[in-house]
Design a protein around this ligand. Structure first.
Ligand SMILES: NC(=O)c1ccc[n+]([C@@H]2O[C@H](COP(=O)([O-])OP(=O)(O)OC[C@H]3O[C@@H](n4cnc5c(N)ncnc54)[C@H](O)[C@@H]3O)[C@@H](O)[C@H]2O)c1
Length: 399
């Protein structure tokens, strides 16, 4: 494909990060043509800044009329799977924000729809493209970690301020109502945002390549934060100031046993108060050990059996000159200007490349639903008191 891929953004808040990258044109490979959002305030702001684009308040109208080869879905996560299915049915390639699906039925439906359509579906897990995660991946692929034993990923990010309007409000009076994030905490008790943690770890372990997720179990802590937050912010009379208003506990601890025997720990905690740290990863192999930084300003550290002092980790940066991932070596200048540690650049750029070259997406629908399935599976495990639940092998269609 020689013409630029025409692109529409759906959900124009998180989507604005992709839009900014797309407006830069990615060296003539992409052309942003349209924006869709149900919020007229969001669209009005966009229209002021970019009158040349087409705007849609209805997703159905957007799919029917927008001049787009591909769509980026940056809407609330409960909408991703239904909207992706609609887009594929309308003949559009899909880049889906995280998570890809919220039920196992949606996971299977997405796989079937992508296969039937012959279109590209890429899962936009930008944490896989963080420089340090790709550097570790490069080392794993070169065998420096030896046989992998266990890994850990954590999304431990206090997002309480995003759980209630008017945080994300453009002037409408929704103060005191839960946002889509708040509604998730009200309804579901499970690991609702697992893929920032699991994505990079799954790539290190070769999940859906030479290994697979076999069984998983989840325990949840209790959840004292949200009712107290609502009480402090909106008063004790607010209906959500009661502990019963929230199904979710604060911290989800998920264990996943891989077919190889390797063990994965996933932590998701979006309400416990603490300073934000974007990354929380661990990798242990027979040849080395990696610990990501624990607070802003700390170092990511690495120990390699054949290269390090037996008793001392070294900053990961010291290995960058030798092991920086080739994608980062090539695109550093462009990626460094985009959000989430450069991940936003790579996600969009790789998506556009797979459309233009008709190649498989680097994070495909099977990866996306495998990683996302931890949400429904974790809830099932919690419901059953923490019992291990089999993880479907999404590479094999159910018989
Ligand atoms: N990958 C990352 O690092 C990252 C970071 C932030 C958010 N996200 C994901 O991006 C998505 C959006 O998050 P956000 O923080 O921008 O949420 P948000 O609530 O701030 O924005 C969502 C936008 O979608 C619009 N919207 C809602 N329903 C719609 C519909 N049916 N059709 C079109 N537009 C609709 C809303 O009006 C709003 O403007 C979520 O799935 C979230 O998980 C990912």
């Amino acid at each position: 494909m020689k013409q630029p891929v025409t692109l529409g953004i759906v959900g124009a808040r998180r989507g604005s990060s992709f839009a900014r990258t797309a407006l830069g044109g990615l060296d003539g490979r992409v052309q942003l043509t349209s924006v869709c959002d149900i919020d007229p305030g969001v669209l009005a702001q966009w229209r002021r800044d970019h009158p040349e684009l087409a705007y849609y308040q209805s997703y159905e109208q957007f799919l029917a009329h927008a001049h787009v080869d591909a769509v980026v879905l940056s809407t609330p996560l409960q909408l991703h799977a239904p909207q992706a299915l609609q887009a594929l049915a309308a003949g559009k390639h899909v880049l889906s924000e995280v998570i890809a699906a919220t039920t196992l039925d949606e996971c299977w439906a997405l796989i079937a729809a992508v296969e039937q359509s012959g279109l590209k579906y890429m899962f936009a897990e930008n944490s896989c493209y963080r420089r340090e995660n790709m550097l570790v991946l490069n080392m794993v692929e070169q065998g420096l970690f030896g046989e992998l034993i266990c890994a850990e990923g954590g999304y431990i990010h206090d997002c309480t301020h995003l759980m209630y309007f008017p945080i994300c409000d453009y002037g409408q009076d929704r103060a005191g109502q839960p946002t889509w994030r708040g509604r998730i905490l009200q309804r579901y008790n499970g690991s609702w945002y697992p893929t920032h943690s699991l994505g990079p770890v799954a790539q290190w372990l070769g999940i859906n390549r030479h290994d697979r997720l076999a069984t998983t179990t989840t325990y949840m802590s209790h959840g004292p934060v949200m009712p107290e937050y609502v009480r402090e912010r909106f008063g004790a009379d607010h209906p959500d100031a009661r502990p019963e208003a929230f199904a979710a506990g604060c911290r989800a601890m998920t264990l996943i046993k891989c077919a190889s025997g390797a063990l994965i720990t996933i932590i998701v905690d979006t309400t416990s108060p603490r300073p934000h740290n974007m990354v929380h990863y661990v990798l242990q192999g027979t040849g080395g050990s990696y610990l990501s930084r624990r607070f802003t300003g700390d170092d990511d550290v690495l120990w390699l059996r054949d290269r390090s002092d037996p008793e001392a980790y070294r900053p990961l940066d010291e290995f960058a000159a030798e092991f920086d991932h080739p994608l980062w070596q090539e695109h550093e200048a462009r990626a460094a200007q985009t959000g989430h540690g450069g991940g936003d650049y790579f996600v969009l750029s790789e998506f556009i490349e797979c459309i233009r070259n008709d190649t498989p997406p680097p994070i495909d629908v099977v990866d996306g639903v495998t990683w996302s399935s931890i949400f429904p599976l974790s809830m099932e495990s919690v419901r059953q008191g923490g019992v291990p639940i089999p993880v479907p092998d999404f590479r094999q269609p159910p018989s």
